[in-house]
Design a protein around this ligand. Sequence first.
Ligand code: ATP
Length: 481
Amino acid sequence: MPAVKKRKVAQEAPADDSDVSSNDSEGTPQAEADSEANSQVSEEATPAAADIEAAQPAAKKSFKELGIIESLCEACETMGYKAPTPIQSESIPLALQGRDLIGLAETGSGKTAAFALPILQALMEKPQPFFGLVLAPTRELAVQISQAFEALGSTIAVRTAVIVGGMDMVSQSIALGKKPHIIVATPGRLMDHLENTRGFSLRSLKYLVMDEADRLLDLDFGPLLDKILRVLPKERRTFLFSATLSSKVESLQRASLSNPLRVSVSSSKYQTVSTLKQAFLLRPHKHKDIYLVYLLNEFAGQSAIVFTRTVHETQRLAFLLRTLGFGAIPLHGQLSQSARLGALGKFRSRSRDILVATDVAARGLDIPSVDVVLNFDLPTDSKTYIHRVGRTARAGKSGVAISFVTQYDVEIWQRIEGALGKKLDEYDAAKDEVMVLAERVSDAQRYAIMEMKNYDEKRGARGRNKFGGKRSRDEMDKDEG
Ligand SMILES: Nc1ncnc2c1ncn2[C@@H]1O[C@H](COP(=O)(O)OP(=O)(O)OP(=O)(O)O)[C@@H](O)[C@H]1O
């Protein structure tokens, strides 16, 4: 049973574009489990939603007490989950009652299991092919979600299929032919299969999840989602999950959810976890490379993600850092899918310490070993900031996020701080030590420019044209970068 709820009619959700985010100040799954009165459940039955506040803190319950069956409890134990996180405590009982849900909780707080466990439990009760569909905005995230389903569903031999762009259609058709229980997909490729793979339909689907739901809408996935929703049965349960949800999602929820409840583990808008230390570094644009090298030296031996805004910059920095002897690997949307998965695999296994990435890596990726996030280029919106820095300090671990702010970024940075509701400290960099690096970095910059020329020529020779023509569905699935 969730907390005793006191009903209180609240204002209608704002009609502007403002975001509704959910970020718990206490951060860790365990700390969240200990935190009180942060959770909130609201009826979303009508556009003028009424808020229902948790008047009493939910008593800490085990997975079993939430109604999870023995074999799935065992799987949780094997995964090292000692107690449910708050989003799990709040949403699992409601999901088991068959409610549609909109789940909001901070990054790294266990949202995947919050939707996977009730679906797996329902699957056990009535096994059938094509039972659940999870839509995710990036291919890497789709792969990760399917792995979570397989791990949690190992005791019930769940079959999953990952249907994402950039991979072979034929082998995916064969995988669909094996009638998996759960499909985890990016929207573009799923639509391709729905249209072109004989015998494949989702008419008997029981559960739909949109993970990172706001991102699915941010991209130009909207019309595709509408098309997919049209071929799904109305008699199904639907879950939307994210750490940040915008009012755009409200329109989607009305289109695709039936009488949903909003489960929100939140204390305020855009709050990051308390185990995350955040700072900024105000430096001239021309010194960014030197300061990046300095910081990576400072955090030597730790695992870091460096976020940039463009494919070009991602690739250039990877060359630059490698020249200087760092184990850096690039990840962006213009790599082949196998190269993307390979890069992620190397970073996950710590055979490379530094992932240089576009926002293709900003959402959902769960790599427990990430110690540091460096925003080499600031993201253009605060929501992306929340997701990027959420790649570290996950599931109770600590982490550091440092953002480069140049003379051109002051306004964006102020917006981000405004959204966070606090001023962050400036990182204390020892200027003398930094400038000692100038010559080596400058040599490496020249080398990286040469490498970029070769890289661009090779890509040109392969006939890639990133500007011409309409974007294919696969390209849409590639996500940003
Ligand atoms: N009850 C639990 N106890 C301990 N760890 C947990 C629990 N539930 C999930 N985790 C772990 O916490 C990590 C983060 O979970 P998950 O990836 O689902 O977060 P998320 O809320 O979806 O984050 P994001 O918003 O960034 O996608 C994972 O490694 C997961 O295995």
